[in-house]
Design a protein around this ligand. Structure first.
Ligand code: ADP
Ligand code: ZN
Ligand code: ZN
Length: 663
């Protein structure tokens, strides 16, 4: 008799057996690779048929029948199986969970065949002539594409050196060889700009993939990529799985961004998946950045990947001048804006040029305190201060999303006087509007953003001169190419500097460089102001001097001294429970178990912990971490003591391999 082997997305690393549908009398090979609905422990789940097995054993009659076949055609390719295997082995999850990520399990077949929306833009190839540096970079990459050669390439190009044009040139080469391309961007706010660039050049050949598209849209795009109806997938992290059969190139723009790493299970890194896929397809993978991550840059220096450098801006434009303003012992007019910053903005606006103002803190003020008893308002469910938001006046927790009304009387001492401290983007917006009455300000942060339309509006609005100031959080810090922006202001460069994270300094350098890079991209000379309480810090000094090499030199020594990546691999075991006591005791015990295992198996690993997480209570759940440093291969062996650990009721234990942060 014939039975089906099905991969189900549950955290057990095995496959399950089901009987085919009784109605499916002529059980055909083509059920392999399709999704099916199955009953699983009282639930209905979707799984993937991996195989048809011929078995003799009568016992198999007791197997359950599958409930339905979901797909009309197979969605799982050979490559998808390989990738799922890679993910399950390298990021500690089951094969079924991994496969459900490689082949988006939730995508759904459109009910009716709606007429495809016609993309009005057709291919209108504008001819930009690449400069010498661009040409050199492009021809190196193109030769790999043309000769079907796998390669890992870092394009280290300063801001506005024309990296995007290099990518487009290479995509063109891939298409001319009848191959496809994947183009990853780090931030959904950049989608509008890149969709415009890519569709101006390639028209309907490009699809756009990100987490905000619907499940039916996902299905349509997936099928188009699989059946070669589109040739380019532009998108966020998960676009790396676009099921092209003949990939010519994978591009990862702003490769240093943490968004390429998925935090939830399976916690894959799109950069590593791209490397895997590029090998499979004998194609190059291109990492681009003005501020490469230390890991990638070290690989380039160690000649593990090819380094291409673009060290001039287009048309030899100058890099903007960066002025550092100290926030120490300064008086502010209400918000964090220093007088010198205000006059620079004023000067820029009077010339009808545009300004970008960056502050990585949304809301009005990050803390609220009772003036009498000094109680600081904390979220009841999380170990973090509530942030004051205006219009409506509420206190919001930025971690669990809870909000409460602004207090009328102090819950502690019944006083009615409160002080709000610190500056968020809302307060800066108020201040800018007060100072520059006629200026049009667009604020883009986690509170105003969310829909595709808002990003589109911000992008088009700044591009078409409808706004004078673009104010926002990290959403506006990178990638934008607005020729009329001639001043970029970093209001508080220190927001990231003092996080208890080994990447804090690197992130600060990257942010300042990226924000600065938004200024002076067109024909106007650019200026940058960076406000900081630590003007002498090397992250700030090196950013001011546009000196990546120097920054790398200092920071790589620190990493070596402290034994952090790129000198080791890291992992984070997180232990969570609603009961603080159980979280503590389980974390202590698993830490001991892991240490014992490490010792007995002679694994060369450093184990730090238990440590409370940076947010030690989130959503009423207590969080404790254990940090592991060492070789990836050894780290992965810890799956065993973790799986074997007898946890208390209600304890969640997860392990994240190479997390973007250890806090
Ligand atoms: P990067 O990605 O390195 O920050 P971009 O590719 O966005 O830089 O290029 C910056 C600007 O210069 C863009 O507006 C782009 O259209 C323009 N540009 C790029 N290459 C050329 C070129 N060879 N000649 C003229 N303009 C160019
Ligand atoms: Zn009080
Ligand atoms: Zn909260």
């Amino acid at each position: 008799m014939k039975i089906l082997e099905v991969a189900v997305p549950v955290p057990v690393d095995k496959t399950y057996h089901y009987l085919p549908l009784k109605s499916d009398t002529s059980l055909e090979e083509n059920i392999i690779g399709k999704r099916v609905k199955v009953s699983f422990g009282g639930q209905k789940l979707i799984g993937f048929v991996l195989n048809i097995l011929d078995v003799q054993n009568e016992n198999n009659f007791k197997l359950k029948e599958i409930s339905a076949i979901v797909d009309k055609e197979a969605v799982v390719s050979e490559e998808a199986l390989k990738l799922a295997k890679y993910i399950s082995q390298n990021y500690v999850c089951s094969f079924g969970e991994a496969l459900a990520c490689v082949v988006p399990i939730s995508m759904s077949i459109p009910k009716r065949n709606l007429k495809p929306k016609e993309n009005s833009k057709s291919s209108t190839i504008q001819n930009i002539t690449l400069n010498t540096q661009q040409l050199n970079a492009a021809s190196f990459i193109n030769s790999k594409i043309e000769n079907n050669l796998n390669a890992q390439i870092l394009v280290h190009g300063i801001t506005a050196s024309g990296k995007t044009e290099v990518y487009l040139n290479c995509i063109e080469t891939a298409l001319s060889k009848n191959k496809s391309a994947i183009f990853l961007i780090p931030e959904i706010s950049l989608t509008a700009q890149f969709v415009e660039i890519v569709s101006n050049r390639f028209g309907k050949l490009a699809g756009v993939w990100h987490s905000a598209i619907s499940n039916t849209e996902k299905y349509k795009l997936f099928m188009k990529a699989k059946n070669n109806e589109i040739k380019i997938m532009l998108g966020a992290r998960s676009a790396v799985f676009a099921p092209f059969k003949n990939l010519g190139i994978i591009i990862i723009d702003e490769e240093h961004e943490y968004t390429y790493k998925q935090e939830q299970k399976p916690s894959y890194d799109a950069r590593e998946i791209a490397i895997c896929r590029a090998k499979f397809h004998n194609a190059p993978v291109v990492f681009g950045s003005a501020t490469p991550s230390l890991e990638t840059y070290k690989n380039a220096i160690d000649k593990k990947l090819d380094l291409l450098t673009l060290n001039e801006r287009i048309d030899k434009k100058e890099l903007p001048e960066i002025k550092i303003l100290s926030l120490q012992n300064k008086k502010f007019r209400g918000s964090l804006l220093l007088d010198e910053t205000i006059s620079a903005i004023s000067k820029t606006l009077s010339k009808k040029e545009q300004v970008i103002v960056f502050l990585n803190r949304r809301g009005y003020s990050p803390s609220v305190m009772c003036k009498k008893c000094s109680q600081v308002y904390q979220c009841l469910q999380c170990s973090i201060s509530m942030v004051y938001h205006k219009n409506p006046d509420v206190l919001k927790c930025h971690y669990c999303g809870q909000s409460q009304n602004f207090p009328i009387v102090c819950s502690h001492c019944k006083s009615t006087e409160f002080a709000v401290f610190g500056t968020g983007t809302q307060k800066v917006e108020d201040e800018l509007q007060r100072l520059f009455k006629t200026a049009k300000v667009f604020r883009l942060d986690g509170d105003t953003a969310g829909s595709k339309e808002i990003y589109e509006k911000a992008y088009q609005g700044i591009k078409n001169d409808e706004y004078d100031i673009l104010l926002g959080t990290q959403m506006i810090a990178k990638g934008f190419d607005f020729p009329r922006v001639s001043l970029a202001c970093v209001i508080d460069a220190d927001t990231s500097l003092y996080l208890p994270s080994f990447k804090a300094v690197e992130k600060t350098f990257q942010l300042i460089t990226q924000v600065a890079g938004r200024s002076g991209r067109g024909n106007i000379k650019g200026n940058v102001i960076v406000q900081t309480a630590k003007p002498g810090h090397y992250a700030i000094e090196c950013a001011k001097n546009h000196n990546f090499a120097k920054f790398y030199e200092i920071e790589i020594k620190e990493r070596k001294k402290m034994f952090y990546p790129p000198f080791c691999d890291v992992a984070k075991i997180s232990v969570r429970n609603k009961s603080e006591e159980k979280a503590d005791s389980d974390c202590n015990n698993i830490c001991l178990a892991v240490k014992d295992f490490t010792k007995n198996s002679n694994l060369n690993l450093k184990i730090l912990g238990p440590v409370p997480a940076y947010i030690s209570k989130l959503n009423s759940i207590f969080r404790r971490n254990i940090i592991i440093k060492g070789d990836r291969e050894n780290i992965l062996k810890l799956k065993k003591p973790i799986d074997d650990f007898k946890r208390s009721c209600g304890t969640f234990i997860g392990i994240e391999i190479m997390p973007s942060d250890l806090i």
